[in-house]
Design a protein. Structure first.
Length: 71
């Protein structure tokens, strides 16, 4: 499934983490409008939904909170 990154602030840098949760370090970031392919989804220990994504253009991957992905 393909989606794109979203945020309330159009200049936001969206953390892309090494695992599904805020306790994982941010490997890199995406920006609003980046297209991503969703590879997997998991619920973190605190109950939040996270998507494992691959960036369409760069091929980079990581985990992004569901609030920042729109389908």
């Amino acid at each position: 499934m393909v989606g794109k990154l979203i945020a309330n602030d159009s200049d936001a840098q969206i953390n892309v983490r090494v695992g599904p949760g805020e306790n994982y370090r941010a490997r890199h970031y995406g920006v609003v409008g980046d297209q991503v392919e969703v590879l997997d989804a998991q619920t973190s220990a605190d109950g939040d939904q996270w998507h494992h994504v691959r960036f369409v253009v760069s091929g980079a991957d990581g985990w992004v909170h569901e609030a920042f992905v729109e389908f």
